[in-house]
Design a protein around this ligand. Structure first.
Ligand code: PLP
Length: 378
């Protein structure tokens, strides 16, 4: 079925086309000056010392665990209410994910109390995920990390420019990771960024993202090096200049896009706040957020009822999604089983409604009516 209102729409126009064509004509299409420019604009926007482009956020997360020295036998406390990549990256370095529950249906971020309960002598790090761009309780999480000497990684894929006590998400822990996958606030097709204030970590990320080589092709092409050594077991986690050029244009549009998303969220909240049978998470949140997605949670519901509601909404030509199926229930993560009651309830009863800057206010009204009708008819 082709939906008349998709879940997401690209914020692209002729500027992205022009930027891509310029890179093609420059004849330098792999990692080069556009990646450097993208990194500078991004680090400036976040107020952080180092921003390094990567091929995607999964690579950023992998590099993060790697440069922080995570090893087999180490444990990392993580959410299950996230995309599976957050957790897979722990396994890439041989460490063990230990799932902690979210705060509840009003706040879908990892609970500091649940984190603390899961600390063992093997715990080395905590990874948080700022759901929809709403910040985790970073004051509590950072103080737990300090108390037990743990590293903190932020999966900030949903939150470019979202703020926590005036600071940008991704800049609060040891390392922050971002995604520029097609449906993110900044879209480059595939793409990612890894950010840190730590010079040594940044040096190591730069080395490992390009095979552990001491110089990249671009540096050799501009005469900054004529040969190279390989001094660590690295990967190919690089972005290319085509994507970086698109990313630079996307960054220039970001603030405007986020303002429109804020208006759309406000309208959704106004139209749905008195509706019985749903919770709109994070309704009391005041700080600036990216509004990556707009989730609602059905109350006194089951997965069967939620799926029936989604079917009716789809029947009205509106695409929805689920953020997220719980990672700890996937086949590769369910042994040994663990119980995370809030995560499980949300995984079974959440519906993600369309959210993007170009979504018209009439469409939002139509979506809310379709949701209300569906709730009355299941
Ligand atoms: C929370 C979260 N973490 C990690 C990722 C992985 O990002 P990428 O697709 O850029 O590897 C995503 C992307 O969907 C995500 O939403």
């Amino acid at each position: 079925m082709k939906y008349s209102i998709p879940l997401f729409d690209l914020n692209f126009d002729e500027q992205e086309e022009k930027a891509a064509v310029e890179v093609i004509r420059s004849k330098w299409i792999s990692t080069g000056p556009k990646c450097e420019e993208f990194e500078l604009v991004f680090s400036d926007m976040l107020g952080i010392k180092h921003a390094m482009t990567t091929s995607n956020c999964t690579s950023s997360l992998h590099l993060a665990f790697n440069v922080l020295g995570l090893k087999p036998d180490d444990e990392v406390i993580c959410p299950s209410m996230t995309f599976v990549a957050t957790v897979n990256a722990i396994r890439y370095v041989g460490a063990t994910p230990v799932f902690a529950d979210i705060c509840g249906p009003h706040d879908l971020t990892i609970s500091p109390e649940e984190i603390e309960k899961r600390i063992t002598p093997k715990t080395r790090a905590i990874i948080v995920m700022h759901y929809a761009g709403y910040p985790c309780d970073m004051d509590s999480i950072l103080s737990i990390a300090k108390k037990y000497n743990l590293k903190v990684i932020e999966d900030a894929c949903h939150g470019p420019l979202s703020e926590y006590h005036g600071k940008k998400l991704g800049t609060l822990g040891d390392i922050g990771c971002f995604s520029f996958f097609t449906n993110k606030n900044i879209s480059t097709g595939e793409g990612g960024m890894i950010v840190t204030n730590d010079d040594d970590l940044a040096k190591r990320v730069r080395l490992l993202r390009s095979h552990g080589m001491t110089a990249m092709s671009y540096q050799r092409s501009i005469g900054h090096a004529t040969t190279y050594d390989v001094i660590a077991l690295g990967y190919n986690s690089r972005m290319d200049d085509l994507r970086a050029a698109i990313g630079i244009v996307q960054l220039s549009k970001l603030t405007d896009d986020l303002m429109k998303r804020q208006e759309i969220r406000n309208l959704y909240v106004q139209l749905l706040k008195d509706e019985e049978g749903i919770i709109i998470p994070f309704t009391n949140h005041q700080e600036f957020t990216s509004n990556y997605i707009f989730p609602v949670i059905l109350t006194n519901s089951t997965a069967i009822k939620r799926d029936a509601v989604r079917e009716l909404i789809h029947g009205a030509g509106i695409q929805t999604s689920i953020h997220y199926p719980a990672v700890h229930r996937f086949s590769i993560y369910n042994n040994p089983p663990c119980s995370l009651p809030f995560t499980e309830y949300v995984a079974d009863n959440e519906i993600t409604l369309p959210m993007y800057g170009k979504l018209s206010h009439d469409s939002v009204r139509y979506i809310c009516d379709a949701l209300k009708n569906a709730l009355r008819n299941v």
